[in-house]
Write a protein that binds this ligand. Sequence first.
Ligand code: ZN
Length: 475
Amino acid sequence: MSASVSRTPSGDLSRAFADADSSPGTRDARSESEIDVMSGMGGYGHHLPDAYQAKRFCCRVSLREGVRGLGASSLGGEGGDCGDRVRGCGVAGVVQRRAGRRLIRRRVLMFRPRIKFEHRPVRYGEDRIRIGGDVVGVASEIGDPEGWVWTLLNTLDGTRTVDQVVADLVHRYPDLPQEQIRQAVDDLVTAGYVYDSAAPPPERVIGTGLDRYDRGMMLLRWMDRTPGRSAWDAQLLLHQARVTVVGVGGVGAAAAWALASSGVGQVHCVDGDVVELSNLNRQVLYTEHDLGRSKVEVAVQRLRQHNCEVVVTGDHLVIDRPGQLRALAADCDVLLLAADTPGEIRSWTNRACLATGTAWVHGGYFGPQVHIGLYRPGSGPCADCGRTVRLERDAALPPLTPWAPARGQTPPHAANAVTAGMTGLLAAHAVTSLITGAPALPVNREYGLNLVTLREHTVGLDAPRSDCPTCHGLV
Ligand SMILES: [Zn+2]
């Protein structure tokens, strides 16, 4: 009796899943012209060198290819660099985490395993199961020609121990080896579809807790493929985190609002500007009554009104030297850079976060092109590796002749609440990913979304540049 999960062959089911498979992030790679548009804004210039790889959003399980696991091998996401790979092994799952050259194995114990409601499986016909819903990056397909996997999934309702699950299955399928059933449970656990319903609810989720955050908890649980977590673990990680937002203009204001509303435990805002009339088309924390007031002062006040249960603090501070960023980075779990002046501020932040080992995110836009970058120092290329590539490429370009009427003029700041807000919310999502791993976005990369075409793209080096002036010798 086979328990293996085969690849999904082409056929009716593949066609049935075609819509899901054509969602953003799964279509064909972008064209060269799109790469150019992406790279033109704060980015990597007109033509990407070979060293850059245009990658689609990762962390996806191909529904057409199906999963390769459940009893046989990994059932985890096929994102490759999307995070820890998992492999079923043992009674209740084993997580393998590679730290340098060491392989750390951690057993995931489940007392009463239950399929996450957000991942509830659906059976197609008599021999196919989809688990994880319709979301690419979460969903997987399982072949079940003998029907016992469907029975197994229906017993994983949080009322039985693993031993009781095995006993129920053996009762229904006497020829089914117990070890095969345990292996299947392992695979589901390590794939992140199962949590332990016996785990007690958190003793303390900030203040009003469960009512305020239960919908956010469910979303994080939906995106979370980390094996063995309880329902509230990711939300609790948010509550324990301190995030510093540098710049609370259009991008930073939206990001800070999202982070405070989502329950990040401490949000620290930094800005040296005052509210101006020209800010009000996009900077959502400020009103006409705030003109002339310190942005930080108003932002802290508004964020506290949104969520009195998180600690919101602020510094009215003009960033004009690298040491300020180093001090800020040393005092937080994740730093979000939402300012673009002075011109060196991204490199300063990169260096500060590398020196302090602080994960960081930046967000910005160039007209209708919004973009973010997220970096975890010590785990790959830094932001200045990309800058090195850009400078190298620019040096190889033929001489550029600017349009004469534009000489001496400051480029216009084209933005509205949509571009600034989307950038800020994407940046907040990236911060959430760095804190919780839900979802486990690939790090040390730049992500962009073109609002003219609504197509997204990713740019990143596979390895640090050996000539990077910042991280060479450190990564
Ligand atoms: Zn570097």
